[in-house]
Design a protein around this ligand. Sequence first.
Ligand code: F6R
Length: 618
Amino acid sequence: MCGIIGYIGDNVEQNLIAGLEKLEYRGYDSAGMVIKRENDFEVYKSIGAVENLKNKVTRRNCDFKEGTKNVVTNNNLDNDKMKNQDDKETQTQSDFSLGIAHTRWATHGKISLENCHPHFSSQKDVALVHNGIIENFETLKNELLKQGCNFYGETDSEVVAKLIAKLDINSLRRTIKKLEGSFAIVLISKNNDNLFFAKNKSPLYVAVGESCAMVASDPSCFVGKAAEYYSLEDGEYGKISLKEVVFYDKNDKIIEKKAQNLDFRYINEEKSGYEHFMIKEIYQSRIALENIIKRYQEDEIKDILKKVKQSMFDRVYFIGCGTAYHAGLIGESFMRNSFNIDIFSSIASEFQNKNYCIDENSLCIFLSQSGETADTLSALEYCRLKGAKILTITNTEYSTMALKSDYCLPICAGQEKSVASTKAYFAQCIVLYILKKYLQGKDYIEPLKNLKKQLDFGDDNILKPLARNLSSYDKVFFIGRGNDYITAKEASLKLKEITYIFSSALASGELKHGTLALIDENVLVVVVATDEKLFNKTLNNAYEIKTRGGKLALFTSIPLDEIAREKFDYVVKINQTIQEFMPIQTILQLQKIAYFTAVIKGINPDKPRNLAKSVTVE
Ligand code: F6R
């Protein structure tokens, strides 16, 4: 995974850090940058979030006498030197310069300063940042070892850096032809003022501003700096300076590329007074709903819906990962209840193993907040080859998945920064509802306006004590029936990913087929019951848990009598909406429960350990 950026212009450190902050959703195991100054490299590396790198760079700006021990200049890349070097002589200047930077999600090699990017050529005069996985790196590394090359770390990326002696377009071309796998790379050299770049299967974008030039994993890095950007295709490479940008295609021909407008709607990057992005984003579900109501009345979107409706299909597949997969389950449920055709949903990483019947009569609906998730993208490409029609529902309208689809429906949720997906899930479900209504030829705007009035984020005086209690458990189960089971799955994922509490979701009726053996007084079971038709059966399953000593928390929109009320340790009331909206109404408070529990446990919910927001490796 990882996020990469290259920048030429003034205030290079600040601009690289600002870019890395935007890319941090791609990983935060370590961050690093190299700046070329007077034919030397200044290197900064730190473990953990970009904040740590920023502190290192800022400290150096404010009071270099205190020194930043890990700054490396010239050829001193050895780790002990990295730790001990006194950098008093390397004063920071905020003049024109160029540099590259990286935020890492570790794949090959442990989280360490040695494995932190940028990586360097043997002579240490070429520096590289890389996103992706080089599948043949071991073969290449063995060849280099035989030639006497030394490696300081374990990464596949360092191998690419070591393949380059002198950086120019020919050596870049020769190098990338040797690589198998996925890569977006940006390189600089001590000997010239260009950024060199290449892309294969990992996203990479290029932009030229008035007084700067940039290459990055995500065009959001260009906001405020350039009006347009170029999107690179697989196999393309090139170089950029302040004067010119040159692109080569995969056949090594110089090509003209068409720039796209940098149209960033719904951008809001501040916490705006909230303690974390996650809680802000849960509340932003309301704004997402407003954005959707507005945008889905525009002709541009209605045309897309019309085209989807006109394409003949007799099978529909919903495909996504994690939370997006759960949104797909909601989509499947919406469609199943309305159309008499074959409908399936699948986790993207398992999709190709199932040998589904996919052909030109299939509509494959891909759900992805980022539009870059590797497993989902791979399933999308598989479906394309089979001739299916591809619809992507995404928060990222310029993403690779959006570009590779026949149709793209935006979810208009605005940038989601917290790793745990919240408003995007909500917005995906809303768009799936719209799709169903449109295909049925029914109005969707009025029901959505009503939902807006009924949205229920719950009472923190009820949710916080429950979260406090929940934080003391090691094991939590979530149960429900029908759509409540899907809500249970999503709530369970949210809880485990940001609180590190073991949690699992089950269909209520499944408990007695095995898992009931785990129930005792040390287990909390969260019961989701918002469907009148299924309510009594779910309550009976809850009582079976109570009888075995388990603790119960109920999330319901259905009134309870006194006897039933007494069986539950906690009852959380949810505002009733039309039944179809209940899963997305209910998840709001369950997301908040996960959030409050993480905060009580002292975990930063925006950056849970071992995870990244955008998962660009299979
Ligand atoms: C969980 C979560 C992940 C993502 C999954 C897919 O809170 O955020 O499960 O939903 O990694 O990501 P996208 O939607 O970007 O394809």
